[in-house]
Write a protein that binds this ligand. Structure first.
Ligand SMILES: C[S@@+](CC[C@H](N)C(=O)[O-])C[C@H]1O[C@@H](n2cnc3c(N)ncnc32)[C@H](O)[C@@H]1O
Length: 459
């Protein structure tokens, strides 16, 4: 029976015993098992049988043969690999060949690697780029690679941008990542968010969690058209992107909505807000990270399925909507998450760690909250999870559509600061009245400001 130990023993015997073992196998599975178990190859390894396997009719065998040939590094035969590349149709094998040629690190292979840059498969191009980047400070290589920053494929563009352009970009903001401006901490501004944000400096908030108006489905804001509504949100999240610190998160809570029919001869209209908003966010530099589904009990939502229950006629099916989305985005950056985390001191990192009982899936079962004054408030539990999972203690969290201020109060309770804007005076006053009842706001006094007062504070 073939075992890893036996294969290693045969490999180390030298000569061509391993080739004999491979040739004796009748089934593809066993050949692949041997090839996948070879591990590192001894210096005197005879690779002839691997080159023969490049002509095998099974693509997995060819792939494993190339992978082993790649281990020979500078000693592998470029011509055999290249002639397979020219006729190979399997994408995995083609990528592996380019990787193997790159690993040879031979200057004379540069023209070959340049030719791979026009391949139709972006992953082949990325392998060729990797192979070329080993020639550090090589002007000729740079001349071939730099133009790819305009390549049609986003993966290729990102690799080239990171290598040649990101380093040239300097950060205008000198404020350390974990810190922010005092005049933004625990502030509620009674104004249109777009007016207030004019006075907020670049890269000053750590997290934004918000639930924008539901187009014209509720009474607090009216837009002339759905397009106008989306364009308004586009501007808000463009500005939010500007004031967000590098690599930090935006979480938008929305759901499809229904605008009821105007008469029995019309039908109601459904708008897919999360899906329509998404392209605007991505266009503005928000990288899509996750979709979290907020699941509510069926008894808490409007009954839409009632009619269907009676008639049972196909096409007339209308399920009860028990979900909303939390769309998670990150401000695009070349830096890894680790860079963000390392900008906090050990004590903050320790104290911000999320304790047991955290959500493990992207479906969060949470009861909705109902309020006498505001018709669409966040449940505290929803805010708690978002704040704990996506910010550190001491961070500044922002809600452009403050409403009754749930996000602010929860942020405060979790030892973060908050910055809220709310345009409706009745909700602004409601927040103020809630402050009186709540101890949570008292620790660091919350300031409720008009736009003028905020403008003064920002000076
Ligand atoms: C869905 S509610 C948010 C409720 C909030 N999450 C809470 O827990 O109470 C949206 C809020 O955005 C406010 N709003 C709408 N347009 C605004 C704008 N241009 N600037 C600031 N606030 C706005 C509305 O008045 C409403 O209170």
């Amino acid at each position: 029976m073939l075992t890893k130990e036996y294969i290693t023993e045969v490999k180390n015997r030298g000569n061509s015993d391993i080739a004999t073992l491979v040739n004796a196998q009748r089934d593809v599975g066993s050949i692949n098992y041997i090839l996948e178990s070879l591990g590192t190859l001894p210096n005197d390894f005879n690779p002839d049988f691997l080159y023969n396997l490049l002509r095998h009719n099974h693509s997995q065998v060819r792939l494993n043969a190339v992978k082993n040939i790649a281990k020979l590094n500078g000693k592998s035969d470029t011509d055999s690999l290249y002639s397979l590349y020219q006729q190979e149709t399997d994408t995995s094998v083609r990528r592996e060949i380019v990787s193997a040629i790159g690993r040879q690190r031979k200057c004379k292979n540069k023209p070959l690697l340049y030719s791979f840059l026009t391949d139709a498969d972006p992953k082949v191009i990325c392998q060729a780029i990797r192979g070329l980047l080993v020639f550090e400070n090589d002007k000729e290589v740079e001349e071939h690679l730099r133009p790819l920053v305009n390549h049609e494929n986003e993966m290729v563009r990102t690799v080239i941008y990171k290598e040649y352009f990101a380093k040239e970009k300097t950060n205008k903001n000198s404020m350390p990542h974990a810190e922010t401006y005092d005049f933004l901490k625990n502030i509620v501004v009674n104004a249109d968010v777009l007016d207030a944000l004019k006075f907020v400096p670049d890269e000053s908030v750590h997290l934004t969690f918000t639930s924008p108006p539901y187009y014209n489905a509720r009474d607090y804001s009216i837009y002339p058209s759905y397009q106008a509504y989306l364009e308004f949100l586009d501007k808000v999240f463009q500005e939010t992107h500007r004031i967000t610190k590098e690599g930090r998160f935006l979480i938008v809570n929305t759901s499809p909505i229904i605008i009821p029919r105007i008469s029995r001869s019309h039908s109601s209209k459904r708008y897919g807000i999360p899906f329509d908003l998404h392209p605007y966010l991505v266009k503005n530099g928000w990288e899509f990270i996750d979709d979290i589904v907020w699941l509510k009990p069926e008894a808490s939502v409007k009954n839409r399925v009632g009619g269907f229950m009676q008639h049972r006629k196909p096409l007339g099916y209308k399920p009860n909507s028990v979900t909303e989305y939390l769309m998670v985005y990150r401000k695009s950056t070349e830096k890894l998450l680790d860079w963000n985390i390392r900008s906090y001191d050990t004590k903050t990192v320790e104290e911000s760690k999320v304790s047991d009982g955290y959500e493990t899936s992207n479906v969060w079962k949470i009861d909705p909250c109902f309020d006498k004054v505001h018709s669409a408030i966040f449940p505290v539990e929803l805010c708690k999870r978002v704040i704990q999972y996506y910010s550190y203690k001491g961070d500044l969290v922002f809600d452009p559509f403050g409403g009754s201020g749930t996000m602010g109060r929860t942020a405060k309770a979790l030892e973060r600061s908050f910055f809220l804007t709310e345009q409706e005076s009745k909700y602004f006053e409601y927040m103020q009245s809630k402050q009186k009842d709540s101890q949570l706001f008292n620790e660091r006094k919350t300031q409720f400001l008009t736009l003028e007062q905020f403008k003064e504070a920002a000076k």
